[in-house]
Design a protein around this ligand. Structure first.
Ligand code: ITT
Ligand code: MG
Length: 210
């Protein structure tokens, strides 16, 4: 009998989950991705680490502890040069709780109002962590990173993606479209998340082989 191939994905962000499932599905067809609704509710960790890798590990460890399945989590955000790398790990709640993408975007636009075009460089960063049991039963942890460079524009453009995509023009592609104006496939090809999920996929394959 062929074992079901399952992984647990610890995220509360439906659009992020959709991107991760889409990218994982390309490299690992047949993979069944379980989410937070598929396991009993648990105390999700406070994302209080100073970097994306640390927060991604917190989320993946908690997922593994509850599900017992190989567990992955993403921690990501927008790092703006003129703001010394902020919002960074604070991206989701940059304008305060509760998380609100539109309010975050307005705050970022205000903060950058006086920053000239040539100093509006920024990058999306994404760490993806995998926590699983090795063949010896020991817990193994892996973290990979992905980056997408670009710049923050002065108005909201596009309907796709999520979060700060409406304000971000990646340097790749033609350098004009925001990541919210790209198709899902265009964004996946160049995005921070596309890069990190494609980098973790072969490690997931090894983890699933046990
Ligand atoms: O922690 P989980 O439950 O996975 O969901 P979250 O939305 O809180 O996720 P993070 O803590 O990693 O915060 C990521 C935030 O960074 C921003 N962000 C990350 N990737 C993005 C992308 O591809 N496009 C636009 N904004 C992005 C957006 O504001 C996200 O809410
Ligand atoms: Mg979060």
């Amino acid at each position: 009998m062929i074992e079901p191939v399952e992984i647990f994905l610890a995220s509360r962000n439906p659009k992020k989950i959709a991107e991760m499932e889409r990218i994982l599905g390309e490299t690992l067809p047949g993979l069944r991705v379980l989410g937070l609704d598929d396991v009993p509710a648990y105390d999700e960790p406070v994302e209080d680490e100073p970097d994306f890798a640390g927060n991604a590990l917190l989320k993946a460890r908690a997922g593994f502890a509850v599900s017992g399945l190989p567990s992955i989590a993403d921690d990501s955000g927008l790092c703006v040069d003129a703001l010394n790398g902020m919002p960074g790990v604070l991206s989701a709640r940059w304008s305060g709780p509760p998380k609100d993408d539109a309010r975050n975007n307005r705050l970022l636009l205000d903060q950058l109002a006086d920053v000239p075009d040539e100093r509006r460089g920024a990058e999306f960063r994404c760490a993806v962590a995998l926590v699983h049991a090795g063949p010896d039963g020991q817990v193994r942890e892996e973290v990979v990173d992905g980056v997408m460079r670009g710049r923050v524009i002065r108005e909201l453009r596009g309907e796709g993606g999520f979060g700060y995509d409406v304000l971000f023009v990646p340097d790749d592609q033609d350098g004009e479209l925001t990541s919210a104006e790209m198709t899902a496939e265009q964004k996946d090809l160049i995005s921070h998340r596309g890069k990190s999920v494609r980098a973790i996929a072969p490690i997931v394959t090894v983890a699933l082989a046990g």
